[in-house]
Ligand binder design. Sequence first.
Ligand SMILES: *[C@@H]1O[C@H](CO)[C@@H](O)[C@H](O)[C@H]1NC(C)=O
Ligand SMILES: *[C@@H]1O[C@H](CO)[C@@H](O)[C@H](O)[C@H]1NC(C)=O
Ligand SMILES: *[C@@H]1O[C@H](CO)[C@@H](O)[C@H](O)[C@H]1NC(C)=O
Ligand SMILES: *[C@@H]1O[C@H](CO)[C@@H](O)[C@H](O)[C@H]1NC(C)=O
Ligand SMILES: *[C@@H]1O[C@H](CO)[C@@H](O)[C@H](O)[C@H]1NC(C)=O
Length: 660
Amino acid sequence: MLQIMHLFFLLLGLSPFATSDDLPTLYEYYTTDGVSSGLSVDQPYFTLNGKNITIYSGAMHYFRVPSQYWQDRLRKLRATGLNTVETYIPWNLHEFKNNVFDFGDGGSDYQRLLDLDLFLTLAKQEDLFVIARPGPYICAEWEWGGLPSWLLREEAISVRTSDPVYMKYVKRYFDKLLPILAKHQFTKRGAVIAVQVENEYASAPIEKDHAYLQQLVDLMKDNGIVELLVTSDGAGYGTDGTLPGVLFQTVNFGSDAKASFSKLEEMQPNKPLMAMEFYPGWFDHWSETHHTVSNSSFVKNYEEVLAYPASINLYMFHGGTNFGFLNGANIGSGDNSNFQPTTTSYDYDAPLSEAGDYTDKYEVIRTLIKKYNPVQTKTPDPPELYERQVYPTLAIEGQLGYNDIIRQAPSTVLSTSDIPMENLPINDNSGQSYGYIVYRASGIDIPANSVLTITGHVRDTVMVLIDGVLISKPLSSLDDLNTFGFWKLDNSNITLTTSDLVNVSLDLVIENYGRANYGNFFHQFKGLTPDNRVYLNDKELQSWVIFPLEFQKSWNTKLTDWQPAGDEPTKGPGMHKAVLNIDTYAERYNDTYIDMQEWNKGIVIVNGFVLGRYAFIGPQQALYLPGAYLQHGDNEIIIFEQFESAAQVKFSKDQIYKNP
Ligand SMILES: *[C@@H]1O[C@H](CO)[C@@H](O)[C@H](O)[C@H]1NC(C)=O
Ligand SMILES: *[C@@H]1O[C@H](CO)[C@@H](O)[C@H](O)[C@H]1NC(C)=O
Ligand SMILES: *[C@@H]1O[C@H](CO)[C@@H](O)[C@H](O)[C@H]1NC(C)=O
Ligand SMILES: *[C@@H]1O[C@H](CO)[C@@H](O)[C@H](O)[C@H]1NC(C)=O
Ligand SMILES: *[C@@H]1O[C@H](CO)[C@@H](O)[C@H](O)[C@H]1NC(C)=O
């Protein structure tokens, strides 16, 4: 038996002596004699409750992972020897409408991703400390960097500054959020050892407003936050993003630890060193080549930090998924010409894959932490993987054509001016946050060879339909991005018809492809924004019937008038339904990927929940469908395809990448 055990440990790459059950847990090690102090930076190394600690952390965002899997992912994190999990906190989900909150029971479509209290409880149960990064701005390749889009309804708002209009909303949100964090603090016997203030504030392209940072600090203290308060920035930005003496500074980088840490030592002498964001991988934008970071360069750069020695957070340890419409984007100068939307998958080429698989980097972390961490504590064995399954290919059973969708639009707004989605008088006056918006000019005459012009850059894609028939082109290759219908062109135009049309409706279906999360991201209106004027030849169109298409769960699940699917693919926007029947009950159904290679562009909805976006141009070709989102019996899969439908829904065991 002993020999078998020995062999088992050898197979895991562990010494049987180091993993003795006699080792204390992390909490036992740091709290056996009671808790009198939290994380301290009063000396050139961290101490926690008076004992030396090096923070070996990994990022995992609870809102990017099904809550049913949090415990599994946290245990996989702890099994590497990492002692801390880091997470951002997304304001846009937790306050999904103005003054309407969701911390797991608020009734929003994303409710089941939002039980922060449970996540923090599980982190402690899994023997991990927590670094919480509540922003309020979080970047994170996340819709508008985590800011709620209804803030845009305040005309004169200056986000990320001490502007009283902005701060009034921050205070109201923080007063709800921070008590949850406060009760989970280490010195209150919880898991949270540090809280970050704002996020990479030094690189915000605005005049630095240190009164703003101080007000955030005050709000945290007023709400009982007593643990270490930190900031994180690239080292090259100096102290622009922090309050020296008030906030502890950490640095972000992907390589050359020495360069960043020596700058940090100059700015903040005789203090511990920490990389808050060290990048073991990277994320993808649609239309780019899939990004990876090789095992060898990861090992080299990670070990350089551990050997320095310094504390480090792996951003990301487990990336997860930008479910629904929640991906962010890069934006460049701000006019949308260099818009780059982030993909649905946030796999990040991280040590734990999107679906929770171990990668080469995972093993490297286990080995290196064992080598460098002088503190020996008990770690669990790496859990067995959840299985994935290629479910049978499904035929499309039902279809809803464009006109049938619009007839069921959740609301109709009449307007005599161009009004962006955020300013619609819907959702308790919080406007439309996500999805598509239709602007219809009805009862108009369109003479032959008429040209439709949209000034400025479209935000972000537009389809043009006449009487429900698609006129504009699908997104079939990268070159199409340089044509009408997409964001790159300034003042773009399209010729509508070669014959005279009388008394028709002209529809513009405009997509919010994800608000920018980084850079010059301040004016993130979507739909027809103040930059966009619409001309039919020389005449400006301003009289609109507007249909918001938000694809909210309550709407998705009660659509009617489904027609049997024909044999031919349909052109133009439509919804296509298939049913996955699971006839045997199980505690947990197998995960899978939906293979979207035969489709062009759109979103996939499973049991009413918007799983995410797909796009033929790649690199991502399949959508992760966690078994946790499947149920016994019928599972309704609806595809909203913008351009050209396929006849079936296929599954895949793994993600599929196709570089454009
Ligand atoms: C804590 O770490 C410091 C710096 O490495 C070291 O000098 C000190 O001896 C350590 N203390 C203990 C109790 O290990
Ligand atoms: C990753 O790099 C480490 C360190 O060089 C090496 O031991 C390990 O075998 C590598 N893993 C793979 C799968 O290449
Ligand atoms: C339409 O756009 C093209 C290319 O950008 C331009 O050459 C042409 O003059 C425009 N047509 C009209 C009528 O504005
Ligand atoms: C225009 O079309 C609408 C809807 O098809 C119809 O109700 C209306 O009578 C038409 N108007 C004229 C002037 O033909
Ligand atoms: C999951 O997949 C495995 C192998 O593909 C299969 O043996 C198992 O029965 C599946 N589980 C469920 C709940 O369907």
